[in-house]
Structure formats: C-alpha cells, structure tokens
Design a protein around this ligand. Structure first.
Ligand code: ATR
Length: 278
C-alpha cells in the first residue's frame, strides 16, 4: 500500500505478521471517523527491530502497534512510558513524536472494555481467575484491579511465577497467586486464559469446580474457530465463552485514540470481523 503525503501513517510490527487484523481494523476506524490514514503491517527480525522503527519514523510514521514477540523490546526502546505501560512492563502502542518515542499499553483497557461493554459483565465485585503468568497476563492485571474486581487469582503451571507476579501487584488490590492444584474448590465469575497453552492445542489443567452457572470463560486468543480452551470450558460447565477478538478491537481503538485523539466505535468493527470469518 502506498501512502499519500497528507495521510497519517501507522503500522503494526511483529513476527509473524501476515495474518494481523490490525490494518483492516484501523482502516475501518479511519473511514468511520474521517481520519485519513495509511496503516501497514511490518515484519521484523529481532535484531532489526530498532532499525525498522527508525526507518518507519524517518518515513513519516506517527504511531506503531507492537505485537508478539516485540512488546518487551518496545518497552525498552521507548523514551517515556504511560503508567499502564509501566505496570505491564510491555508496550503495544508507540507514539513517534519527533525523535522521541512514547510507549503505552492498551491491552488491559481493551480486555476490560470487551468484558464490560461488549460482553455485559460487571467487573466491580467479580471474582476473577487469570490463567498464566507471562507477558500477556502481566499486561492486564492492573486494569482488572482498577476496574474494581472483588478478587483476582493468578494460577500458573510454574506456581512460583504466579506467586511472585501477584506479590508485585499487591499494593493495587486483592490479588493472590499459585499453581493449578492450589485453586479453591469454588466457582469464579470470570476465568481468563492468558497462557500460551492453546498454541500447542493444550488447555491449562484447571479443576472443573472453578466453573459455575454464571461463569464466563474468556480466551485472550482468537482464531477462525472457537479455541480449544473455549470448547473445553463449555464442555466443563462454563455458562458462556468468548474469544479475544473483542479485546483486539478494543485495544486497537484505544491506540487509535492515543494517536488521533478520536475514539472510534468498536461494535460495528467487531461485527464486521465476526461476519467475515463466517
Ligand atoms: P506471553 O508473553 O504470551 O504470556 P510467555 O511469557 O512465554 O508468553 O508465557 C506463557 C504462559 O503460558 C506461561 O504462563 C506458561 O506457563 P509457565 O510459566 O509454567 O511456562 C503458560 N503455558 C505455556 N504452555 C502451557 C501449557 N501447555 N499448559 C499450561 N500453561 C502453559
């Protein structure tokens, strides 16, 4: 895609990147809000990450989304960080301002917006179970606690990682961590899968007692079909399930706002993407 001189210029950087939905999402946001933009996908090797961003900045780039595996690289590269990026220690949104780079993280607010606005879940007072203790989970902890959840429980295959991660956020709210076998024998309101288990077709070994007749099981991943976690959660007694497509669109909308100062409507974009995958 070639950019005309008057267009605002954005991109997403990752590896792999060819299946990214971000260019389509931002093109829809641009049309909807009247922001004339060009948004491209850029694949980079880890050793070229810094040079690729500098090239994009020289070419007039104003903002970038950052996806796997570069969110921590972007955190290290940014000259200045938002508070939510500092909590996540990862950056998914770069604002390129002259030769300064501002790093933000919109993943967590994207998840909260999807749960509350699209899926109709009231987070205030919810008992939430978060599976995993890697980068994806770290990025959503502070926004979930900020949303007023009653309790946040982290469970991870390597239990010490969940214990340490929970300890590092204790000042922000009621949070605890442990292994899957430490989970209480009671149901949670919302269970969020932030592990990479689905990539190998696995589900985390969670006891089925965590599913109750109100439980939403949410997978931060998405694909053309329901994920293995969603199928397993439905079969294990979850009342409802969702993939992370809404989170993807919501985090994109927040990035769009950071760059353009305009907040696009997410619902029609989510509907279009769901329709196009059949
Ligand atoms: P990301 O940045 O995407 O979160 P990561 O930092 O590599 O990636 O973390 C991957 C997470 O998925 C970890 O919580 C990992 O558990 P461990 O800390 O015990 O490694 C979890 N994970 C990966 N494969 C898994 C599997 N097959 N079953 C359960 N958890 C798994």
């Amino acid at each position: 895609m070639s950019k005309s001189p008057e267009q605002r210029y954005f991109s997403v950087i990752g590896n792999p990147i060819q299946h990214s939905k971000s260019p389509a999402i931002h093109a829809m946001f641009g049309e909807q809000t009247g922001v004339d933009l060009c948004y491209v996908a850029i694949e980079s090797q880890p050793e070229d990450f810094v040079a690729t961003i500098a090239d994009f900045q020289r070419a007039g780039g104003q903002g970038m989304n950052v996806t796997v595996p570069f969110k921590e690289h972007a955190w290290r590269l940014a000259d200045e960080h938002s508070e939510r990026a500092r909590h996540a220690r990862a950056v998914n949104t770069l604002k390129l301002e002259g030769n300064r780079i501002y790093g933000d993280n919109t993943d967590g607010v994207g998840l909260v917006a999807d749960l509350e606005n699209n899926l109709g879940r009231n987070l205030a007072d919810a008992k939430v179970l978060l599976l995993g203790a890697g980068g994806a989970v770290r990025g959503v902890i502070a926004p979930l606690l900020d949303a007023g959840v009653r309790s946040l429980t982290l469970a991870n295959r390597t239990s010490q990682k969940a214990v340490a991660l929970a300890a590092s956020f204790r000042s922000l709210g009621d949070i605890g961590g442990g292994g899957y076998s430490d989970l209480p024998d009671t149901a949670f309101d919302i269970i969020i899968n932030g592990t990479a288990a689905s990539l190998s077709g696995d589900v985390p070994p969670v006891p089925t007692s965590v599913f109750g007749d109100q439980t939403l099981a949410y997978d931060m991943m998405y694909g053309d079909r329901p994920t293995v976690f969603m199928e397993w959660a439905s079969a294990s007694g979850a009342a409802s399930v969702s993939d992370g497509l809404g989170m993807l669109v919501e985090q994109a909308a927040e990035s769009f706002f950071v760059w353009n100062g305009v907040r696009p409507e997410t619902r029609p974009v989510i509907q279009t993407l769901r329709r196009s995958r059949g």
